[in-house]
Design a binder for this molecule. Structure first.
Ligand code: C5P
Length: 321
């Protein structure tokens, strides 16, 4: 008999991430770039519901009050939730493979292909959810090791909070932060493919493009010590000028309109603004909640984004609710 039947439905919430600092080194032999990054989890979350079923299936809906576009989400074996299920059942549930089918429903708020680790959040939610549904009793470090096999950002989606990421982003060290940060997230009505943005950065660097903010630098993998100090002090005014993303020049090169979005957020009164990860979502750090609401209203009026959200950080990683 299926153990899963004793826990009919498990619901897990997992957060989006932003990169307060993203230093991108050279392309490695394995196709990934060496990174030094500061991840922070924000209060924009996907919710994954999972229950035992005759056949495995994935459905995706927009969460309440969300205008997230669902067209680009694959609902087959290529979806990271499905890959997480296969990996977990193969590794820890081999004798019951045939009986370990699960119906998974994703309620999405995190933009798809938006540079905010939406797919990784869903994968992390699947690992946490199946650990509960199948009563596997896996430890945090066992889950993190599985997460690493699913994608560079999945371990951080599990842990949440604020962390320094090294390697391809999967080697995490928690960073001490004080207080709550207030952000406006501006989403686009198009996605950007992560490999394409990394490849564009390589192209810009190889071409010696002097427009690129990356040209002529060789300190890509320097430690973001000043940023860590500002985060420890809990001072948004100190954090704002230290926001940095090496992929920003590549995202601008592929989608020049994003420059306007960043400029509009700064003109609206944000302390700082940056492309999130590989984009195209833009995030704006604000002094407090009131300032964030004012910046969001102004940005909505400027017509430079398809969706605007006010969020806070840091929040915890994937957890059963
Ligand atoms: O790890 P993940 O599957 O999210 O990575 C997607 C793609 O993004 C990789 O195949 C690679 O092209 C690019 N990437 C990279 N360097 C990293 C992380 C991702 O080049 N550190």
């Amino acid at each position: 008999m299926l153990k899963a039947q004793s826990v009919p439905t498990v619901v897990v919430r997992a957060p989006a991430k932003i990169n307060l600092h993203l230093g991108v080194g050279p392309l490695r032999d394995d196709g990934f770039h060496e990174l030094v990054t500061v991840f922070q989890a924000v209060s924009l979350v996907d919710t994954l519901s999972m229950s035992a079923a005759e056949e495995t299936s994935i459905t995706a809906v927009a969460a309440d009050n969300s205008t997230v576009a669902l067209n680009d989400i694959p609902l087959d074996k290529t979806n990271l939730v499905w890959r997480a299920m296969s990996l977990l059942s193969k590794t820890y549930y081999p004798t019951l493979l045939a009986e370990s089918n699960v119906a998974a429903k994703i309620a999405k708020s995190i933009p798809v292909a938006g540079g905010m680790a939406g797919g990784s959040a869903d994968a992390a939610a699947a690992l946490v959810g199946l650990n509960a549904l199948w009563e596997l009793g896996l430890t945090r470090s066992e889950l993190i090791s599985l997460a690493t096999q699913l994608g560079s950002d999945v371990p951080f989606s599990l842990t949440g909070g604020t962390a320094l990421g090294r390697g391809r982003g999967e080697e995490l060290t928690p960073i001490l932060t004080r207080g709550t940060y207030h952000w406006v997230v501006a989403t686009a009505n198009f996605g950007l493919s992560t490999p394409t943005v990394f490849a564009e950065l390589d192209r810009l660097r190889a071409s010696g493009n002097t427009v690129s903010e990356n040209f002529g630098r060789n300190d890509w993998l320097a430690m973001p010590t000043e940023l860590e100090q500002a985060l420890a002090a809990g001072d948004a005014h100190r954090v704002a000028p230290l926001l940095h993303n090496d992929l920003q020049a590549a995202a601008f090169s592929l989608q020049p309109l994003l420059r306007r979005t960043i400029r509009a957020g700064i003109e609206a009164g944000a302390l700082g603004g940056i492309i999130s990860g590989s984009g195209p979502s833009c995030v704006f750090l604000c002094a407090d909640d009131e300032a964030a609401i004012a910046v969001a209203a102004e940005l909505a009026g400027a017509g430079v984004a398809s969706g605007i959200k006010v969020v806070t950080s840091p929040v915890s990683g994937a957890q059963v609710i």
